[in-house]
Design a binder for this molecule. Structure first.
Ligand SMILES: Cc1ncc(COP(=O)(O)O)c(C=O)c1O
Length: 374
């Protein structure tokens, strides 16, 4: 593939194009925040909360300082704490489990399926004990998890379902946006997410008024009336600049997600290489392709090949949660979650962002199809 020497580098994610597109509007919004000195919480955050709740089809949304805090506060709002267990997928970003651990409860890791790479609802039942209080389903890589599968287990064992939608703003399960299937849903607006703030931010959606009120208090020092503290709370408010940037970007999100879907369709249709496996997409899933993950037997060799061809994939994630050192005390051994372990040692994330040009997508596909087929 000779044309490659002159090719620009194609990373897994490049945020520059998106930020050039919205720079003027965002700077104008920042100016309004500045003039109003609304730096912590305030009207810009409230505006975002309203719009985001409408976007997800929920009654409420609460803005917080990041997605990890969202998970922690959601766990607390459910009353989860020391002595409790919460089921978490082994294949997720570690913060899903942090939200459980911070409360004093214990995450119990469950393997993913071999093809959707999402938590295997059939395996959850084996992990339920009298201490189990909740299941966190993760809409990983932007693809909805098996909502009905997990809802059925929750109903049977009287457990709470929580959504970790950090990677899935705008994804749909059976046509309905994620964010309204669990008791609450937790979002990250980290800059690299499909909807990312200019800074750190997160949010929680819910249909339930009492969770909503509790979350407002928890994020604000356990207080609803200034300097009166009804419980031990946290400073986890969303910043005004972050809220203002999200207000601007939310208007573009559907268009950006649609472009990602187009790119994903091309990858799915045109990547034809027996050495590469793609994530299977169940019929109920309308993914927004936060990541486009593939697996291959010789991951290091494949990564070298891509680097030589100026393509720089991501790796999400190299170690499954149950084998992270931070959780060594829980005693999981290799082999405990074989599909998640396989993924961790065989996956790579292809370039995926709305600003990828059609020629770049064609180029990536060409390089992938030539892998070991030259
Ligand atoms: C699945 C998942 N859960 C939780 C988080 C935590 O979000 P944040 O980085 O905003 O704390 C992230 C993002 O990093 C994530 O990808």
């Amino acid at each position: 593939m000779e044309a490659l020497a002159t090719q620009e580098k194609i990373p897994c994610l490049d945020l520059k194009g998106q930020h050039q597109q919205v720079k003027k509007e965002i700077f104008e919004a920042f100016e309004r925040v500045y003039e109003a000195t609304a730096f912590s919480g305030g009207s810009f955050v409230e505006e975002f909360e309203k719009s985001f709740a409408a976007f997800c089809g929920t009654r409420y949304a609460v803005g917080v300082n990041n997605g990890t805090s969202a998970l922690q506060l959601a766990m607390l709002a459910l009353g989860i704490g020391a002595g409790d267990e919460v089921i978490v997928p082994a294949n997720t970003f570690i913060a899903t489990a942090w939200g459980v651990t911070y409360t004093g409860a214990v995450p119990v890791f469950v393997d993913c399926t071999s093809d959707t790479w999402q938590i295997d609802a059939a395996k959850v039942q084996d992990k339920i004990t009298p201490r189990t209080k909740a299941i966190i389903g993760v809409h990983l890589y932007g693809q909805p998890f098996d909502v009905e599968g997990l809802q059925a287990v929750c109903q049977k064992y009287n457990l709470y379902l929580l959504e970790d939608a950090a990677q899935a703003q705008g994804a749909r399960y059976r046509g309905k946006p994620v964010g309204s299937f669990g008791e609450m849903a937790c979002f990250s607006f980290y800059p690299g997410k499909n909807l990312g703030a200019c800074g750190e931010a997160g949010g929680i959606t819910t249909q339930n008024e009492s969770y909503y009120k509790h979350l407002l208090s928890l994020r604000n020092h356990g207080s609803t009336v200034r300097y009166y503290h009804d419980e031990v709370g946290f400073n986890m408010r969303m910043g005004g600049l972050e809220g203002a940037s999200l207000n601007v970007k939310l208007k573009y999100l559907e268009g950006w997600n649609n472009r990602r879907k187009e790119i994903a369709k091309r990858y799915q249709r045109e990547i034809q290489n027996q050495h590469l496996q793609l994530q299977s997409q169940p019929e109920w899933s309308d993914s927004i392709y936060h990541l486009f993950v593939v697996t291959t037997e010789d991951r290091d060799g494949f990564a070298d090949y891509l680097h030589r061809n100026n393509i720089f994939p991501g790796l999400h994630y190299p170690v499954p949660c149950h084998l992270q050192k931070a959780y060594a005390h829980l005693g999981y051994k290799e082999g405990a979650c074989p599909h998640a372990e396989y993924l961790a040692s065989h996956c790579l994330s292809l370039p995926m962002y709305a600003e990828l040009a059609e020629e770049e997508v064609s180029y990536v596909i060409g390089v992938l199809n030539a892998y070991r087929n030259a």
